[in-house]
Design a binder for this molecule. Structure first.
Ligand code: FRU
Length: 492
């Protein structure tokens, strides 16, 4: 198994399956001291195909153990995306003495004697910590012949109304259903006809509550909606979010319909949803995304497997001048793979005179803070032999952070891949801080304490060896730079 994780481009601290194709994260739930991660999985090929739920577990969200496939296609079709919950009070009646897990997923097939896709919601349950599953004999539990794109149920328990709530992607809206027992579902409301981005089909919704600025008396609801690839837009598939209120029935958007909030400004963070049932004494809301893009996911240059997940990230809400916004941070458990660090302070990058640092490892975390001086353009380059490089640049005039992977490495597999990914960011007290997690085939850039994220795949042919700080047409200060070696999660 460890041999597998030494292939070229194989992520060393991100989850990827031992072999074959993976897409969306599914059924994330915490139960009996384990974080479960199920995922869209095609065990017979390295491109998308008949969907199963693959399965992995972790004690710390960083080190993963892959388990046998959890859900196989059946008489109702393939197993598309969905969620899992702990049925603490046995509302479903599936369990005997102890609470167990219920998975709520989309059964995907076609209407009889037709090739029109049919998507319906089904249940499976497990009383052995997700190791084996029984499909509910009453499947499917929810269907609608009028809606073709009808999928990706995310279910949670709503305390105030004592009900299960399901958010479901329904064409280009999210439909909310409620249930007392997970088996019978009642329509509650529909959200989003005009709101946010409609650049593609809506997929993989999530809905959860978070305190604003840590104030438990000030809570807001966050809705995630992923939007599918559409050839008209260069970004491919991506994820938006809404901020608002939810009373158990209806979601009310705080913002104007025209407001579009993006979860990530890189190309490679899709279909993200959050963990269910993280204990209240922990209290975190943690999500993980699929670190790829439907535009080229089937073509990326990996051989035995395709796709990885992002690092798990903790979400919080901050009030800002523009309104309430999401902030994301790599989970603190990342500390378990941090090794030696080097710290530099109070550097000056002179105009057109870059400072070169040796990357102690190709698995590296970079934390740095720039302070703008005369220069309007500064940043860093990660570079290896063969003239391959990834450039992370701040343009203070345009107030844009850019991650440029046009020359990052292999990019011939898709004309959409060699992209510059940009996000609007304002300096804070004239400063810009970056946290950059560099793995074998990805960079995750978190800007200004996680207010903006850019997640990007890269495929260098040789590991990057140098980190180069640059400043153009004027000097830039670096108040601190910290390089930390990271350890592979797959053993030596
Ligand atoms: C999102 C998605 C889901 C669907 C699944 C199929 O990436 O298209 O809407 O359930 O992938 O694998």
């Amino acid at each position: 198994m460890t041999q597998r994780y030494q292939e070229m481009h194989r992520p060393q601290f991100h989850f990827s399956p031992e072999e074959k194709w993976m897409n969306d994260p599914n059924g994330m739930v915490f139960f009996n001291d384990e974080y479960h991660l199920f995922y869209q999985y095609h065990p017979f090929g390295t491109t998308w195909g008949p969907m199963h739920w693959g399965h992995a577990v972790s004690k710390d969200l960083i080190h993963w153990e892959q388990l046998p496939i959890a859900l196989y296609p059946d008489e109702h079709g393939a197993i598309f995306s969905g969620s899992a919950v702990v049925d603490w009070n046995n509302t479903s009646g599936f369990f005997q003495d102890e609470p167990g897990l219920v998975a709520i997923y989309t059964s995907a097939d076609t209407y009889p004697d037709s090739d029109r896709p049919r998507q319906r919601q089904s249940l499976a349950y497990s009383d052995d910590n997700g190791r084996t599953w029984t499909k509910y004999e009453g499947n499917p539990v929810l269907s609608d012949v009028n809606i073709t794109d009808y999928r990706d149920p995310k279910v949670f328990w709503h305390e105030e109304t004592n009900k299960w709530v399901m958010v479901l992607a329904t064409g280009q809206t999210v439909t909310i259903y409620t249930s007392a027992n997970l088996k019978e579902w009642k329509f509650a409301s529909e959200f989003g006809h005009q709101a946010g981005s409609h650049d593609g089909v809506w997929e993989c919704p999530d809905l959860f509550r978070l305190p604003v600025d840590g104030d438990e008396d000030k809570q807001k609801w966050v809705m995630f909606v992923s939007i599918g690839d559409n050839p008209e837009f260069k970004e491919g598939s991506r994820t938006q979010y809404f901020i608002g209120d939810f009373d158990g029935t209806t979601f009310v958007n705080d913002n104007y319909d025209e407001t579009v909030l993006w979860l990530d400004y890189g190309r490679d963070n899709y279909a993200g949803v959050s963990w269910s049932d993280i204990p209240s004494n922990d209290g975190r809301r943690i999500y993980i995304g699929w670190m790829s893009n439907w535009r080229y996911a089937n073509q990326v240059p990996t051989e035995e497997w395709r796709s990885a997940m992002t690092l798990p990230r903790t979400l919080s809400l901050r009030a800002s001048d523009d309104g309430v916004r999401l902030v994301q941070k790599v989970v603190s458990e990342i500390d378990s793979i941090r090794k030696d660090s080097k710290v530099y302070q109070d550097l000056t990058i002179e105009s057109n005179n870059p400072i070169i640092f040796h990357m102690m490892s190709s698995l590296l975390e970079v934390n740095l803070e720039f302070e703008k001086q005369a220069s309007n353009s500064f940043g860093l380059v990660l570079q290896g032999s063969e003239d391959e490089k990834t450039v992370i640049r701040y343009d203070a005039e345009k107030e844009l952070v850019a991650v440029d992977r046009a020359s990052a490495g292999d990019n011939v597999f898709s004309a959409s891949f060699p992209a510059v990914q940009e996000a609007s960011v304002k300096l804070e007290n004239n400063r810009l801080n970056l946290q950059i997690m560099i793995d074998t085939s990805s960079v995750e850039v978190l800007v200004n304490d996680g207010k903006v994220a850019l997640t990007s795949l890269i495929f260098p042919n040789q590991p990057y060896e140098q980190l180069v700080l640059f400043s153009e047409e004027g000097n830039t200060s670096v108040s601190s730079l910290k390089l930390t070696e990271l350890e592979s999660i797959w053993g030596k």
